[in-house]
Ligand binder design. Sequence first.
Ligand SMILES: Nc1ncnc2c1ncn2[C@@H]1O[C@H](COP(=O)(O)OP(=O)(O)O)[C@@H](O)[C@H]1O
Ligand SMILES: CC(=O)N[C@@H](CCC(=O)OP(=O)(O)O)C(=O)O
Length: 271
Amino acid sequence: MPENTSNNKLHVIKIGGNVIDNSENLYHFLKSFTAIEGHKILVHGGGKVATQLSDTLGIESKLVDGRRITDIETLRVVTMVYGGLISKNITAQLQRFGTNAIGLTGADGNFIKAVKRPVKSIDYGFVGDITKDSVNAEDISKLMQAGFSPVFAAITHDGDGQLLNTNADTIASALAVALSDIYETTLIYCFERKGVLQDIDDEDSLIREIDPQRYEELKEQQIIHSGMLPKLDNAFKAISCGVKSVIIGHAEDLGNIGDSKPFGTRLSKKQ
Ligand SMILES: Nc1ncnc2c1ncn2[C@@H]1O[C@H](COP(=O)(O)OP(=O)(O)O)[C@@H](O)[C@H]1O
Ligand SMILES: CC(=O)N[C@@H](CCC(=O)OP(=O)(O)O)C(=O)O
């Protein structure tokens, strides 16, 4: 671990597609991101923008269990949208606020290498699966020690010249787990709701803490569904693999983190 303990804290923050799509919300989120002290990594997708551009280009978007079926045309779209438009827009805005951001895919610096998902009942196409070992934590750490804040798009590579589309929630979890060997790491999933809600139509029904047993109950009752399922699977994986703290909350509440005001749903390991 880096010797200076004040230099030893890392926040890995994932921003959801609905926040990216709203320029005012994105502006406030990036301002809050800049205010966080210590090392920071931002992970973004941009599924909503990719679907919009695909529609404009006449390319049909197909998602199964929240994962995009990525044929060669779709891979071109997501590379342009995540690795180009969104990455560079976020990077430029962070520079304005004084964060020395550097927009990356997993291919840059060989930071995140993936394996193309094997075809079973569904062929996902150019979708990459990753684990903790896919992440080149030492080189990412060097970048942070040099003063940069990495901004990762949801694009990885297979080491053989092939780009792959990888879910941004999964990238955030794998980065947090790999870097928790070096840093005291907090993982935060920011999206457009207060956190995990007991009633999805009531923002006041925030569940403040979830452990694995409660997660199973909420799944059975179908209180948690769709995109929240893979998000929580990734979140629990992180908390059980060395990440100090995992929070799921509203992008506009990220500013609360420094003031230790309550923020979102916190995951706990206890059964
Ligand atoms: N109990 C729940 N509380 C909050 N959101 C939920 C819940 N169950 C399902 N969801 C859905 O999960 C979505 C978040 O997943 P997803 O769209 O993949 O996130 P992101 O915006 O980060 O990509 C929410 O927009 C919401 O529709
Ligand atoms: C394989 C796969 O599904 N990749 C995702 C990557 C983007 C993403 O995760 O974006 P959000 O966080 O905005 O949903 C996709 O193309 O939708």
